[in-house]
Design a protein around this ligand. Structure first.
Ligand SMILES: [Cu+2]
Length: 392
């Protein structure tokens, strides 16, 4: 009877509060990953449970997305020969569901357990294995957890957004991943390979889910988590206004603008980014060694105007005539390809006044528009013409 009362008291709040979300994860230790230089190495990880025995685990693990107020049950099957856990990093869970083996329990080979908790705060969180943590982290057992407000606000009364970009930085010591059965002194991991959502270097440019194709009216949320041994320094371009609203799953007392943002191991930030011009650039992420502060690696996230936005402009322009200018909308300059020496270029405003008049030689020429006010203009190059939008 006492046991039944205990179960009712434990289970009942879950039935009452919010949606109950069930997630089915498994762990495996037989996966491989191709690094940015083509080298193939091993990783261990989490993936969704599947009836397919060849189902893969991923690096990072699947991103788990919940809504504030949800009750969550993670059904975890350890489909590997060693112990693992799921530590719910930063979430408000009780001790038995926290995945630290010494204070809750380890999950043995081929065992299944449930982790139950309620997500009470919006924000950016992590999960990772907490068995021999340094070894199991370099091997890849981590993922991100996002708790949304269930609408287009960051949190009740917080800013609205229309785009979301989630970035999890991590690293590995390649020699350990190459030979995890002889990890050596794995209490002293010195990472030498640095990742963003499991990708590095050119792989990031090749992955369209990582690059940022913005539209001028976008308000983007950046969710940034760091599960690396290194601290990371995020350097944002001038044309991006970045404001930090949440740190480690709580609203900061006063939101603050950030040109750069340091994210230490285990830290998470949620920020809003708004483009303040038309530009093409990168966000630079430096990986800094926690022992001596040296920069051991750099990854870059490309950011540019949505090509769909550009091609629409270009398509409209093409229908009228073949003159192309770039960028358009422009701020302080645009570029035009001139086919003949001594070509005549004119920029005319909506009232028909000639604002710029030049003779240009063959080649790609840059036309300064710093003196032009925001608005619509026409650009004539000899007999061809197109529309120019100045946006400042
Ligand atoms: Cu593990």
């Amino acid at each position: 009877m006492r046991r039944i009362c205990f179960i009712i008291l434990t289970i009942f709040p879950f039935l009452l509060i919010g949606q109950v979300e069930h997630v089915y994860l498994q762990s495996k230790m037989d996966a491989t990953i191709t690094l940015s230089d083509g080298h193939q190495t091993n990783f261990w990880g989490y993936g969704y449970q599947s009836t397919n025995p060849n189902a893969r685990v991923t690096l990072p693990a699947p991103k788990l997305v919940f809504e504030k107020g949800d009750s969550v049950v993670i059904h975890f099957y350890n489909n590997s020969p060693e112990d693992h856990t799921i530590h719910l990093h930063g979430l408000d869970v009780n001790q038995v569901n926290d995945g630290v083996p010494s204070t809750s329990f380890a999950v043995g080979s081929q065992d299944s357990v449930n982790y139950s908790f309620r997500v009470s705060h919006t924000g950016t969180y992590l999960y990772h294995c907490h068995v021999l943590t340094s070894l199991h982290l370099t091997m890849g057992m981590y993922g991100m957890i996002v708790v949304t407000n269930g609408d287009d606000h960051l949190y009740d009364g917080g800013p609205k957004y229309n785009r979301e970009f989630d970035y999890l930085t991590s690293d590995m010591k390649r020699a350990v991943n190459d030979n995890p059965l002889s990890p050596g002194d794995f209490f002293h991991i010195y990472a030498d390979y640095f990742m963003l959502n499991g990708k590095a270097d050119q792989q990031i440019f090749d992955d369209t889910t990582l690059s940022i194709d913005y539209r001028p009216a976008d308000t983007m949320v950046f969710r940034i988590g760091n599960i690396a041994y290194s601290c990371t320094k995020w350097i944002f371009p001038d044309e991006l206004d970045v404001t930090v609203y949440q740190s480690d799953g709580r609203e900061v007392p006063v939101s603050f603008q950030a040109d750069t943002l340091m994210v230490y191991p285990g830290e998470r930030f949620t920020a809003i980014a708004i483009p303040n011009g038309i530009f093409q650039d990168t966000i630079e992420v430096e990986y800094c060694n926690m022992s001596d502060g040296s920069t051991d690696g750099v990854n870059k996230i490309p950011i540019r105007l949505d090509p769909a936005h550009l091609s629409l402009e270009e398509t409209l322009s093409e229908e009228l005539n073949p003159l192309k200018i770039f960028p358009n909308p422009a701020e302080n300059y645009f570029k035009v390809e001139v086919q003949d020496d001594q070509s005549k270029l004119k920029v005319v405003d909506m009232q028909g006044r000639i604002i710029i008049q030049k003779s240009l030689d063959k080649g790609i020429q840059t036309i300064r528009t710093s003196d032009l006010e925001s608005g619509v203009y026409f650009v004539f190059l000899n007999s061809r013409q197109t529309q120019l939008v100045i946006s400042k």
